[in-house]
Design a binder for this molecule. Structure first.
Ligand code: E4P
Length: 217
């Protein structure tokens, strides 16, 4: 399973990248706004910087919601760097746009996916990635991780090439569950990634080893 970081914060991207396990980055308009990016020039500059930090796929989301707008915006985003993947919402015009990008050699990430039916449409249109939002499904009282298993099973049976990019990760356990459920990629904020490092027995064990090491130093 590949690890992407779900943020537009350059410091957090650098920290995850320095860990040596980062395969890519996902952003969305809310994450870009959170770090104060405003205007086309700033957006382009920010994506260029991210592409310089991380050698992997970088998802950049369109804000248009009509077919022509998404195509025009997506072409500009894709032109920023060869690693940019155009992120398109799961709406009718979005599916048409994904198909257009597929036919024109531009990779897409279909976002805001909450059902197996949506995931089938994304795969049929040729999306490189499909992003089921498991945390938001949990928030609404359902089991988000079940959707990952269901999509994984369908994609295996049907032989779809689209990669399952589990999104809306809220904690470290989500990452483990995604690995078990067959996600190809997990995109997570920094904290749940760093949370995977932690175990109290590791800390206790290390403290004891360091204490005993003093005896023969
Ligand atoms: C996916 O690519 C989205 O950026 C993201 O995972 C949304 O997560 P949220 O539900 O924490 O906003």
């Amino acid at each position: 399973m590949k690890f992407f970081i779900d943020t537009a914060d350059l410091e957090q991207i650098k920290e995850a990248n320095d860990l040596g396990i980062l395969d890519g980055v996902t952003t969305n308009p809310s994450l870009m706004a959170k770090v104060g990016i405003k205007g086309h020039k700033a957006v382009v500059k920010h994506y260029k910087t991210i592409c310089e930090i991380v050698d992997g796929d970088i998802s950049a989301e369109v804000v248009s919601t009509d077919f022509n707008g998404m195509v025009e915006e997506g072409k500009k985003l894709a032109a920023i760097h060869k690693n940019i993947v155009v992120k398109i919402p799961m709406i009718k015009d979005g599916v048409k746009a994904i198909k257009w990008f597929t036919d024109n050699g531009i990779r897409t990430n279909c976002t805001l996916v909450f059902s197996a039916g949506q995931a089938i449409l994304a795969a049929k249109a040729g999306a490189a990635y499909v992003s089921p939002f498991i945390g938001r499904i949990d928030d609404s009282g359902w089991e988000g991780i079940q959707l990952i298993s269901q999509i994984a099973e369908i994609y295996t049976i049907q032989g779809y090439d689209t990669e399952i990019l589990a999104a809306s990760i809220r904690n470290s356990n989500h990452i483990i569950q995604c690995a078990e459920a067959g996600a190809d990629v997990v995109t997570s904020p920094l904290e749940p990634i760093l949370g995977l490092l932690k175990h109290p027995l590791t800390d206790i064990g290390l403290a004891k080893f360091l204490e005993d090491a003093k005896k023969f130093a």
